[in-house]
Design a protein around this ligand. Structure first.
Ligand SMILES: [Fe+2]
Length: 198
């Protein structure tokens, strides 16, 4: 699955960004990842509940080869990163984790299926994974991901509607560990660098 990260300057017109940055700066003062994720989850739910402006058109621009990542903001002082992902109908991510970084996933538009996985056994270099839970994200839904329990895959199951999600990571997510399926429930972990174009 290809993905593309677009330049930050494309993102300057995202209407909620200033409020999200204020919220994230305040949440980061909690220090502990679990408390940061809690604060951000609750705060972002509140922000999104009171927001009904249409998304800017550039945020709906997908790509046929795979979902599109756009970096909206990166905090120089606190290190966190805010990314929007545009999922065309049917597009999804492989099973992956975020290394050692906490994450927040919120849905802005459309619908996104998120399946959580757990490792049930290891066979040399391969991991046996089983789905553990699934969530349907609708606009305004916010979930938190805390390592080491953060193996997941996302998919826009709609045949017609583009989905847009917003992600906040504790540090810039330049690489993730992906799990390529090689057998029934067997996966090979691979560290993948995410493309960044600035
Ligand atoms: Fe993810």
């Amino acid at each position: 699955m290809q993905n593309t990260t677009l330049a930050r300057q494309d993102a300057t017109s995202f209407p909620l960004l200033d409020d999200i940055v204020v919220l994230a700066d305040a949440a980061m003062r909690a220090g502990d990842p679990a408390r940061i994720v809690d604060r951000l989850t609750v705060g972002l739910r509140g922000l999104l509940a009171g927001h009904d402006e249409a998304l800017p058109a550039w945020l709906l621009d997908g790509a046929p080869e795979g979902y599109v990542r756009r970096e909206l903001y990166r905090s120089r002082s606190r290190g966190y990163q805010i990314v929007a992902i545009t999922w065309a109908p049917g597009q999804g991510s492989p099973v992956h984790d975020h290394g050692d970084t906490w994450g927040i996933e919120a849905l802005l538009r459309g619908r996104l299926e998120v399946v959580d996985y757990r490792v049930v056994a290891r066979h040399r270099a391969l991991a046996e994974l089983r789905p553990a839970a699934s969530h349907t994200l609708e606009p305004g839904t916010v979930i938190g991901l805390l390592p080491p329990h953060d193996l997941h895959a996302c998919r826009n199951a709609s045949a017609r509607e583009t989905a847009v999600s917003l992600h906040i990571y504790g540090r810039a997510l330049d690489a993730v560990k992906r799990y390529a399926q090689v057998g029934d429930a067997l996966y090979r972990p691979q560290r993948i660098r995410l493309a960044v174009v600035d």
